[in-house]
Design a protein around this ligand. Sequence first.
Ligand code: ADE
Length: 234
Amino acid sequence: MLAILGAIETEVADTRALLVDPVELRAGHLVVQRGRLHGQEVLLARCGVGKVNAALATAALHTLGASSLLFTGVAGGIAPGQRIGDLVVATDLVQHDVDVTALGRPPGQLLGEPGSWAADPDLTARLQVAVDACASQDGRGVHLGRIASGDQFVASAERAAAIHRGFGALCVEMEGAAVAQAATSLGMPFAVVRALSDTADHGAASDFPTFLRGSARLMADVVEHYLRAPTPRR
Ligand code: ADE
């Protein structure tokens, strides 16, 4: 069963409205809806902001029977040429706020963990088909690459450029790499898609509330296309 996860209410509300015969479940603190989308049984939840909340929700959804996970939401773009409303599909995810460099680890790498966590290639290929279909409706940009997560709202062009340069990431957000770490530990395939609500620079604090709703609305569209899309052959 596919689990669909987002951080805040705005990021999951439109997808929840599409659920057929929703039933509310609880897993510890997490409120989860179970229902059907395009004839498929799915779980849907809002985990709250940040890496710990994201990891806890991933584990809870796994316990409730999720066999794969799709994380949807908004992000700040940090690569040149991106525009608010563009869509980013993760190939892999890093934690840009991790610093164990004093013990000889590269920036972003925890002891005993990889430098990044790869999204599942089959889910990601299917997600890309869905995202391309959504983007072709209105000509918005699509980017495939690394996503950087941290417990920080990035609102500085200098910090954004440093994360882009240092990690080769396309956007910043606050949950994806924690989902990636937890799902990898649990052996649960996952994919991550984000729509840009800001460009993580000095305008981000005002762009985020202005564009959150519009960018988040795209996620229900992506989920619908994802559930309709055939799994592409690799
Ligand atoms: N989510 C959306 N915009 C973000 C930003 N600028 N930094 C971190 N997370 C975000």
